[in-house]
Ligand binder design. Sequence first.
Ligand SMILES: [Zn+2]
Length: 940
Amino acid sequence: MGRRSPRSQTMDYRRTVNLPQTPFPQRAGLATSEPLRLARWLDEDLYGQQLARRADAPRYELHDGPPYSNGDIHIGHALNKILKDIITRYRDLAGYRAPYRPGWDNHGLPIEYAVSQALAAEGRELDTLSLRRACRTYAQRWVDVQREQFKRLGIRGDWDHPYLTMAPEFEAGILESFATLAKAGYIYRGERIVQWAPSLRTALADAEIEYRDKVSPSIYVPFAVTQPSAALADLDALHVVIWTTTPWTIPANLAIAVRADIDYRVVEVEGRHYVLADYLADALGAKFGWAEPRRVRVVAGAELAGTVTQHPLYDRPSPVVLADYVSLEEGTGCVHTAPGHGKDDFETGRKYGLPAYCPVDEDGKFTAEAGERLAGRFVLKANDEVAGMLAEVGALLAREAITHQYPHDWRAHEPIIFRATTQWFLNIDHDLGDQTHRERALAAIDAVAWHPPEGRERIAAMVAGRPDWCVSRQRAWGMGIPAFYCPCGATILEARALDSVVEVVREHGSDAWFELPPEQLLPAGYTCPECGGPADALTKETDVLDVWFDSGSTHQCCYSKDELPVELYVEGSDQHRGWFNSSLMVSVGLDGRAPYEAVLTHGFTLDSDGRKMSKSLGNTVDPQNVVAQMGADVLRLWVASVDYSQDQRIGDEILARVADTYRGLRNSLRFLLGNLHDFDPATDSVPEAELGGLDRYLLHGLEQTKRIVTQAYEEFNFHQVVYHLHLFALEASATYLDVAKDELYCGLPWGRPRRAIQTVLYALCSELTRLLAPILCFTADEAWELLPGTASASVHLSDFPAPRPERRIDPETLYELGWLIETRDMVKAAQEAYNAGRAKGERLNPLEMAVTLTAPPEQLAVLERWADEIRALFVVSAVELRAGDSLAATIAPATGQRCARSWRIFPDAEFGHVPGHETLSDRDGAVVAALAERGLLPAD
Ligand SMILES: [Zn+2]
């Protein structure tokens, strides 16, 4: 074999090899580097520069859904904000003016509750105005905390001018929206059943309710019929039997509901007739201890309608009415109906013109209306008394105790009651002449693009089925509802009064409503429109607006009419019920259409086992910790990697996998940058049309990836972006970067072959960096800074890479090159097989191998056409092509001499001819001589 030792007596040739050099570190150190970069962006007002350069570009406005200013941000906030940031960053790079004004929702119960709790702990209780001021301070503190946390995630936006729903100008905007709707007749005052916490004297939202076991009395009560329907006209001593587990609501009974299609049995027991569900009658008879009840007849529920009974305790009728929700699961099939104490009851009452009678006050005590024996008693402690009263009048068939799930309040954990109250509503079916508000809202939904498309059905179903919007709350921390009451009985909600209050709030903030007397809130000389009474005799409404009205008005407060609708809203899929819905209701009322052209929703973040995150389970992933340990770019890459349209998971292992992907992408960028340290694209580029086959094959792949990735960004499919960029980086590394190393490191630095490769690497680095920039906003910028010859200081001031259709190669060539690359796998397998049969000392590394490829004529022709590419592609020292029956590779030790510089084995004919460098191949010798001539040899 005659291989010479590669040792050189004259020079350490290793130092003449052109190894990659770059300050772009392999270890990212994002936790330290990101804050520095962030500070610079803010210092240089990078966001302002981005907008300025796009001043005349088409707009892409993503309107931020305001998070609630309470507590540190959690992983759900991070996901939401990062998704928005990827979208706006992409749009900016793609040539749009893409502003992002973050906002916060400030009013509402959670803050009021947190502040009240803190005050209570200090033994303090504040008046409304002081409480509101404490809430404002509290909300501002959390805005400031969350702002820094969001900024640290790399979210770009106008952080110095966020919108706050508690800012006076904004509050005026909210009130103005309400006032405009009120003037147009959308707002009315009406009764509603609320979940009432007697101990807290407040209505509760669903989220504030918890279900716990409770033991309740279960009673069966016969109501005597005074006026039977035709089907029962011949029967005397007739009674309809009801059942209830809340005896205290019996005083509010106004009706008995039956279902039209249920069969009811009339039985005779000891001269009395009872009506109850046929299906339940036998079991109930046993429970009541009836001996031999006689079955008189069976009638349909529909035939009972029209029957009137007498309330057993009060001198008033209780008619039999029809309702669909009556079931046979429990009770008697005849449902005690108290319209003032239940939602179903209330609806039934409304249908039959029955009032929401509620003889119970805010403390949960019976009022005088309930009669002397009950007045002043706490209702939940009056069950026995009511049952006793029924027994006394012979109207108690049975009584037992049952354990059931009953709603309790989340703070005091006390049972709640259902109670009718008077509230303010937005009329969803407001008549607009040609259609109703609901119809117009449904039409508006149709005009919006919903991503994913299921969103359309979801919100349409909610809008179609929703009741009127109860916009009032009995709280302190919110926008006062600008209504006045006159001693004459008038409720004043009219244009002059409304406009005046809006202006006062605009100037002084919403506290003014709570602070100033009516005459200072109203125009000078204002009098009651109904009786002409003076303003100082009026009283102010004490309810505040539902905070969903605040956030539902944000589009009105942030934009002028001609700036609406905006291009996009992006929130969790629960907002079909929440913010998308409330914003739609306000916008359709004010502008006749949705405030958004498109809506994108995301799922929720679960732990790695798919469980909901909760502090009590201890399975929460804190975004601040992830950022501090791994960097914001890794968290951003996680967001971009998951299918966010579904619920997604996060945990240590998942993040470790994401970090691997990050390292892979980072290493690719590092390799590219390392080999571009001596490349100036302006002077050193080789025209792409003149590049070799493998070079063009790679550029073709880049072009294809770019097309897919751009499309994926357009369609918000960020996991496709990550997948394809990562895949391309891996493939490029396997098919090209390894192959290019010999020329990059050992070729003549300024020679055309090396410049050709650098031309390709430059295109890759420059375009991949920009394709990654919306996701890896820190890392892409770091790479961009080190990329030679870039026109902008920051990748975020560059443009998304444009399509380069001329890079596409014809299908035949593409096929051939693809086939060559596949052939390499066969060569690799042959190489492994060669070494597998040999002792350790006899194994060869690929550069010590020569490959002989045999192929049938057609394939041989292809191989010969690409003969120049093949040796480099296989990363071996020599390749010989031979005709044969089938495609096969044979491995043998390469013959010739090993070059002391490139470590490749060269045939004798190409070795040792450069004077002074006899241990080198002629190629390497010539390179070293050329370096010496230019004085570029490193000094020893
Ligand atoms: Zn009046």
